[in-house]
Write a protein that binds this ligand. Structure first.
Ligand SMILES: [Zn+2]
Length: 91
């Protein structure tokens, strides 16, 4: 079992801690890596139907847990903000 997995719930794909919340069940709340509590629907549990957008906070949190260096994290933040690599960051 991987320590973290993705799960669609409440309009975003979030990351959760498998040690605490696996297996995810429809209608049962779980805490996400970004710090909110959500409950997936039956439809959210169907593989291949995860069409909701990725939660950016969960994505960054997972990258931090994976040990990404600061410059890669900043690159990810830029991509999430819709900037291309090399564009000036917002001030
Ligand atoms: Zn999230």
């Amino acid at each position: 079992m991987q320590p973290y997995l993705w799960q669609q719930a409440e309009k975003y794909r979030h990351v959760y801690d498998t040690a605490k919340w696996y297996p995810i069940r429809a209608g049962v709340e779980f805490d996400t890596l970004c710090g909110i509590t959500v409950a997936p629907t039956t439809k959210d549990l169907i593989p291949g139907l995860w069409l909701d957008p990725t939660c950016h906070e969960c994505e960054r949190g997972l990258a931090e847990l994976a040990g990404w260096p600061p410059e890669r994290l900043e690159q990810l933040r830029s991509i999430q903000a819709g900037r291309r690599p090399g564009d000036a960051a917002d001030t």
